[in-house]
Structure formats: C-alpha cells, structure tokens
Design a protein around this ligand. Structure first.
Ligand code: B16
Ligand code: MG
Length: 212
C-alpha cells in the first residue's frame, strides 16, 4: 500500500452536495438580482462560505456592510440546510462505500478534510457519522483552502505525516492546498486534469489502483 492514510474532501468527492450549494446560492443571487450560473458555481468549490459570498457579490453593483453579508451567508446556509434534509443513506454511492471499505481493509486510515461547517450533519445523513478515523472540517480551522490547514489537521488527528498521506479533491483550491501541505493529491471531477495532482481519477474506484 503506497499510503498509510487517505484524506477525503467531502463535497464533490464523497457526496454530491455541490448541487445543493448551487441551488442555495442561486436562490440568494436571484433575490439580490445578481447573475449566477453553474459555471460561476465551479469557482466556489472548496472555498469557504464567506469567501464564496464575496465571489458572488463581485457581479453586484451595490456595496454591502459586513452585517448584511453575514445575514446573506446565514440565509444561504438556511436554504442549504433545508436541502440537506433530502439526503439519505441512499445518496452514498455503492462505488464510494465499497472503495472506502476496501481501502480500510488494506490497512489504510481514512479521514475527512472539508471546508464545510455542515460536515458532521452531512456525514450523519449519509450514515457515515462514525465511519472515519478523523474528521477535520470548517469548524476546526481558521484558514480555508488553498491554505493547507484542514489537511494538516486531519493528518495530525490520524497521527501521520503528510508524506505518507494522500488527499482526494475535486476543487483546484483543494489540490493547491494539498500540495502546499506536502501531500500527494488525487484529483477527481472538476479538478481531474489539474497538473499539480499525482493521480487523475475518472471515477472514485480508480483510487484502488492509484494507492497500490
Ligand atoms: P459550508 P468541501 C466546501 O466543502 C464546498 O465545496 C464549498 O462550496 C462550501 O462553500 C464550503 O464547503 C463551506 O461549506 O457553507 O457548509 O460551511 O468541498 O471542502 O468538502
Ligand atoms: Mg469539494
């Protein structure tokens, strides 16, 4: 086994909550009269809630106070949390669960490294509430991706150095964070062709080959 630990991004890697993020930001943007489409949404991958809001407001001709921005972020999160209630254990794909189980059976420690403050709730909905050996998320970091803090925290929780861990990411900001932290990275989805990644996964189960 090439790695002792694997740190997974959540949104866009373990599950497809990225579409719910899009719907919730879209509802806010529509209300504010700001253009926002799926392509704009790709810029928000792996980016923290407040940083995402700043990106959306780039297309607004109004300026808002910090208080107004915080109210907007709360409005988006309330919509997002409502949508998250639709998630059930059926939203965890068989491919993802079986790949995780096989990696664990090979002796690999498994962790989450996500920017999302909703990570515990999402893992619970997916039936993965106590599955991972460590969970580092938006609640325990002060710097968001592309800063490596969340992955360094996850590695520390696993008791492993970055050199023996692999990070799996769907966001360019996440690939950048992994490399900055001294991790090798497997890129999937939107970030699949990122040249900074060591492995380029067409599908989640390609990890079994990449980690051999
Ligand atoms: P929340 P990840 C990230 O999750 C999402 O990709 C990003 O779109 C979101 O803004 C961020 O979490 C914060 O999420 O508002 O739930 O705290 O990809 O790092 O798992
Ligand atoms: Mg992601």
């Amino acid at each position: 086994m090439r790695y002792q630990g694997i740190i997974f991004d959540l949104d866009g890697v373990i599950c497809t909550t990225d579409h719910y993020h899009y719907l919730a930001w879209k509802a806010l943007a529509d209300r504010l009269g700001i253009p926002f489409n799926e392509k704009d949404n790709n810029r928000l991958r792996g980016v923290s809630r407040m940083a995402s809001l700043e990106i959306i407001l780039e297309k607004s001709d109004k300026t808002y106070t910090q208080e107004e921005k915080e109210a907007m972020a709360t409005e988006k999160n309330d919509t997002y949390r409502q949508l998250l209630h639709q998630i059930t254990t059926a939203d965890l794909s068989q491919e993802v669960k079986s790949t995780l189980d096989q990696l664990r059976a090979q002796g690999c420690k498994l962790a989450i490294g996500s920017a999302s403050k909703n990570t515990p709730f999402i893992l619970e909905r997916l039936g993965l509430g106590s599955y991972f050996d460590a969970v580092a998320d938006g609640n325990c970091v002060t710097h968001s991706k592309p800063d490596p803090e969340v992955f360094l925290k996850a590695a520390e929780m696993l008791g492993l150095s970055p050199a023996v861990c692999l990070v799996v990411e769907d966001a360019h900001a996440g690939v950048e964070a992994a490399v900055a932290g001294g991790f090798e990275c497997a890129a999937i989805g939107d970030a699949k062709d990122d040249p900074r990644a060591t492995h380029h996964l067409s599908t989640f189960s390609d990890l079994l080959q990449a980690t051999k």
